[in-house]
Design a protein around this ligand. Structure first.
Ligand SMILES: [Zn+2]
Ligand SMILES: [Zn+2]
Length: 351
């Protein structure tokens, strides 16, 4: 009897949390983690919202191992604001099992996206060997129409549909970030609007200045094929690559407007890459300074991005979500995790 009472005492608090259906079945729906979203705190500036986006996603409809609707659930749960579905046009190893057109993964995911009020952008990946390599066409209307022999024609069809072209992983698969004449020509014609300087778990440092040199947007995308929970299981260490887009509002149209204006930064593994002006504004919006009047100051980091700076021999770390007590800092500090070019660290001043 004593033992029974003890067991009852253990069981009661749990039962109190259950949603009673009837005497046969007790439900614990509130324990389902799919209804909870991890918010990523990154402030905006100049009236823009900072939207966390991933413009490169695969599903079972090309060579991924995840059903399209799950991609939306993952992205919502991870705290993203938008993703683009970009299954390969030409490489579809499951096509003998999954028989569908090139728009179908988007269509399936869109139903889920609408349930979540989540922004889902239609796209596809034009997948050829180098020199051309792989390019994402996003904001397109009909991916089936891009399935043509000539990849340059596919790019033109995408652009006629109002599409936007991203040069994917320039350093993959041969570990060389070579810009070939075909890219120079596409850039000269204004047909490439963005490129990935981070893809999956790689970076391409030699391309870190291209956003400036060619007037294109820098991006960091996952190019995810497996489940996010497996590839980026440890959120502390391996925050998935994301493209930060500074948009007037949270909508597909606003993302497109921001990308056309190149208001974007690439973010992966704690490091931000892109225009020095946006880096500076993002830091200013994130680090709130309170001068204590005694030669010291408090710096409160309201964002989820830790900033690490140095000045001479001194190292200053401003951890995400924490307040740091430091001497009053004057002059420029080198920001170790913000780059505006290859090997070019942002210089930041608190004054
Ligand atoms: Zn690719
Ligand atoms: Zn891909």
């Amino acid at each position: 009897m004593k033992r029974l009472l003890f067991l009852l005492a253990l069981a009661l608090p749990v039962m109190a949390n259950a949603q009673m259906s009837n005497d046969d079945v007790h439900k614990y729906d509130h324990t389902n983690q799919s209804q909870y979203r991890n918010e990523i705190a990154i402030p905006g500036f100049d009236g823009y919202h900072t939207l966390k986006c991933d413009f490169h996603i695969h599903t079972s409809f090309s060579d991924g191992s995840v059903w399209p609707s799950v991609r939306v659930q993952e992205a919502w749960q991870e705290g993203l604001d938008a993703i683009a579905m970009t299954d390969h046009l030409e490489y579809r190893p499951h096509s003998n099992i999954v028989k569908a057109g090139h728009n179908e993964s988007f269509n399936i995911a869109k139903e889920e996206a609408d349930r979540y009020g989540f922004i889902l952008i239609k796209g596809t990946e034009i997948t050829r060997g180098k020199p051309l390599g792989h390019l994402n066409a996003i904001f397109i209307k009909d991916a089936d129409k891009l399935d043509v022999d000539d990849p340059l024609k596919a790019i033109d069809i995408a652009l006629e549909q109002g599409g936007y072209i991203i040069w994917n992983h320039p350093g993959w698969p041969d570990n060389k970030s070579t810009m070939y004449p075909v890219h120079e020509e596409l850039l000269r014609q204004g047909k490439i609007s963005a490129y990935e300087l981070y893809n999956c778990m790689e970076s391409y440092p030699l391309t870190f200045d291209w956003y400036k040199e060619y007037g294109i947007a820098p991006m960091a995308n996952t190019d995810i094929h497996g489940p996010v929970a497996i590839d980026y299981a440890d959120r502390e260490r391996w925050v998935r690559p994301m493209t930060l887009v500074f948009a007037t509002e949270r909508s597909e149209e606003a993302i497109r407007e921001a990308l056309d204006a190149r208001r974007a930064l690439a973010f992966f593994h704690g490091t931000l890459v892109g225009d020095a002006e946006y880096l500076t504004k993002l830091i200013s919006a994130s680090l709130k300074v309170r001068n204590l009047g005694n030669g010291r100051m408090e710096v409160t980091n309201i964002s989820d991005i830790t900033y690490t700076m140095d000045q001479g021999d001194a190292l200053y770390i401003f951890p995400a979500g924490k307040t740091a007590m430091v001497p009053v800092l004057s002059g420029e500090l080198k920001v170790r995790n913000c780059l505006y070019g290859n090997g070019k660290n942002l210089m930041y001043s608190f004054e």
